[in-house]
Design a protein around this ligand. Structure first.
Ligand SMILES: [Fe+2]
Length: 188
């Protein structure tokens, strides 16, 4: 079946009504990205690094996240579960944990997961991750969050010191624009 955004949102809402975890949503996302060409037809070929809001409510946020070439976003948490479905390119996740007893929430690396086209990966509500697009072209992924992604109070960690600070959504959005600037100047 071809990817249809309205159907996708409706399917996510139904899945959430049936089960408040990410279990059924993961199946909906997996189904969508199993046909990447169809998703690309509806969402469009990625042209620039950006975050497109596809759906946003108190209990569910759906984003189309386009990562710039070799772009990295510092460690952060979400305070809600998420499902990431890659429909073009690659996305590398490093998972982190707070070092027990450390001050200022300092992190240590705990694991990693390489996501490829057609992968649909659930992330638990307590997860801390950083994301890198390791390739030289744009990566596109559908991100579904079990809550209000833009309203939740959460943390990010300085990429150099790995110390905890308050999440700054504007700062993260600037990373996408910085990536576009680098990409544009490389092409000029
Ligand atoms: Fe994230």
């Amino acid at each position: 079946m071809r990817f249809d955004l309205d159907h996708f949102i409706a399917d996510c809402r139904l899945a959430l009504a049936e089960d408040h975890s990410h279990k059924l949503i993961r199946e909906v996302v997996a189904r969508a990205v199993s046909d990447p060409a169809s998703v690309l037809t509806r969402l469009g070929e990625p042209r620039r690094a950006e975050v497109q809001k596809l759906y946003h409510s108190e209990d569910l946020t759906i984003l189309n996240v386009i990562w710039g070439p070799r772009m990295t976003v510092m460690p952060h948490n979400h305070q809600m579960w998420a499902v990431i479905g890659v429909y073009t390119g690659r996305e590398d996740n490093i998972f982190w944990r707070r070092i027990p007893g450390s001050e200022n929430g300092k992190l240590e690396a705990a694991g990693a997961k390489a996501l490829c086209e057609k992968d649909a990966e659930p992330l638990g509500g307590n997860i801390i991750h950083s994301v890198t697009n390791p390739i030289s072209r744009l990566t596109g992924a559908i991100h579904v969050y079990g809550g209000d992604f833009f309203g939740a109070e959460r943390s990010e960690w300085d990429p150099e010191t790995l110390l905890e600070q308050r999440y700054d959504v504007e700062k993260t959005m600037r990373l996408f624009e910085e990536s576009n600037a680098v990409f544009a100047s490389a092409k000029a």
